[in-house]
Design a protein. Structure first.
Length: 115
């Protein structure tokens, strides 16, 4: 009889703990999306993003951690900045190669002087 009371007591306590945790932490549903056009995470629009801008970011913590939509938005913005920067670097490198391969007037004069 004492064993049965113990088992029932353990089941009741376990059930109450599960119920309390479910109410406190939720039941696994996703968080609602943030308000469109609003993010507490801001990157400069009027200039290039620099390392200090990224270091200064403070991402707000929601009830159960970070809001994934805000982190996704931030990562998309950083990826866009990096894509733009990479495209500009590639453009400048192509221009540099083009300028190095085009003979200048001074090069033509030096070749004529040698001949």
């Amino acid at each position: 009889m004492a064993g049965l009371v113990f088992v029932i007591g353990v089941l009741v306590v376990g059930g109450l703990l599960f119920l309390g945790a479910s109410l406190l932490l939720g039941r696994g549903e996703s968080q609602p999306p943030p308000v469109p056009g609003r993010s507490p995470v801001e990157l400069p629009d009027d200039r290039a993003v620099v390392a200090d801008d990224v270091r200064a970011l403070r991402i707000p913590v929601a009830f159960r951690g970070y809001r994934m939509t805000e982190i996704d938005w931030l990562l998309d913005q950083l990826a866009q900045v990096l894509d733009e920067r990479d495209a500009r670097i590639a453009e400048l490198e192509a221009e540099h190669r083009r300028v190095r391969t085009v003979p200048t007037v001074d090069d033509d004069d030096e070749e004529r002087d040698r001949a």
